[in-house]
Design a protein around this ligand. Structure first.
Ligand SMILES: Nc1nc2c(ncn2[C@@H]2O[C@H](COP(=O)(O)OP(=O)(O)OP(=O)(O)O)[C@@H](O)[C@H]2O)c(=O)[nH]1
Length: 307
């Protein structure tokens, strides 16, 4: 028997999306840093136009776990915010597993109840992760777990301190065996720059919406086609803005290209800050009808194509 066949049978790979849900400050970034490691975890405080942004990919044995994030706005007021939150919850519905992160210190606050109510309506398998266990007595934790499990049918409950690392190994081991069997979506050597590419696309998308407000449908997307670190210390980035109709392309470009120039300048400044090096940003606008039916687009955004 050829040796590669033996290998592939012995180490069936697993790969899946885990949606992280938690109120702002619940400790999502801290947890990701524990699970993913700083190298490929990207903190996205500024980027709020996210649909289901990939926050990091963890590798554990033969498993690849792709964490997707939801924006931390739970009482959206503006129309755009509402749309963002709705699509983000949509992202949770596409994940293989929803990981609900609750801050033990703030368990009694209304935000926790709100999140639990909303999570109850999501059909995906869910786990509860009570964070910051170092801040409350252990007896209180059991009460919290019982109460939360009355509202939502969680598969498992974990109690962790993301800051101190307590309980994180068990959580990771669970996730690694819980994601479905399947090939890895991202080759190991590509993982590190993927979040940067996605983030850069999200930054441009945010600038575009800030500039155009409600003139564009929410489906317009931005993709980073090229990210090349040049020998002179600068980076060349090429992005394509996809819109659904010719008329929208005109809006994005603007009179004499003024709109796209402004979007590009604002995005370049912020991408530069993130990349910590000078950036040359090139934006292209293309019309692509029915992009929402194309599974590849979903994969690029880090979420699975809804079945
Ligand atoms: N005591 C204690 N503090 C924690 C723990 N985990 C996170 N924190 C603190 O809680 C605060 C918020 O943590 P973040 O990881 O930034 O939380 P987050 O708001 O969910 O992350 P973002 O989604 O990136 O905004 C920080 O000051 C952390 O140090 C923990 O286990 N114990």
């Amino acid at each position: 028997m050829p040796s590669d066949l033996v290998n592939s049978e012995e180490t069936a790979t697993r790969c899946g999306f885990v949606a992280l849900i938690g109120a702002p400050n619940a400790g999502k970034s801290t947890l990701l840093n524990q699970l993913v490691g700083t190298k490929i975890s990207i903190v996205t405080h500024k980027v709020q136009t996210t649909r289901a942004i990939m926050r990091g990919i963890a590798l554990e044995g033969a498993s690849q776990i792709i964490f997707v994030d939801t924006p931390g706005i739970f009482q959206p007021k503006r129309r755009l915010d509402r749309a963002m939150v709705e699509t983000a919850w949509g992202g949770a519905k596409d994940a293989d597993l929803v990981c609900v992160l609750v801050d033990a210190e703030r368990f009694q606050k209304s935000e926790t109840a709100q999140i639990l109510d909303k999570v109850a309506a999501v059909g995906q398998p869910k786990i509860l992760v009570i964070n910051k266990i170092d801040t409350v007595p252990h007896t209180a934790l059991l009460e919290m777990a019982a109460k939360a499990n009355q509202t939502v049918k969680f598969e498992q409950t974990f109690m962790i301190s993301a800051l101190k690392g307590h309980g994180c190994t068990d959580l990771m081991a669970y996730l690694a065996q819980r994601v479905p069997e399947g090939p890895w979506l991202y080759p190991e050597d590509q993982i590190s720059d993927l979040p940067m590419r996605n983030l850069a696309a999200e930054i441009t998308r945010e600038k575009m919406f800030l500039r155009l407000h409600d003139e564009l449908p929410y489906q317009s997307t931005v993709e980073t086609e090229l990210w090349k670190d040049l020998p002179d210390g600068t980076t060349r980035i090429e992005q394509t803005i996809y819109v659904e109709r010719e008329g929208q392309k005109k809006i994005v470009i603007g009179h004499r290209g003024e709109t796209i120039k402004a979007i590009s300048m604002a995005a370049r400044t912020e991408i530069q800050e993130m990349a910590e090096r000078p950036v040359h940003l090139f934006l292209f606008v293309k019309v692509r009808e029915n992009w929402g039916d194309d599974p590849e687009r979903y994969r690029e955004m880090g979420i699975e194509f809804p079945r």
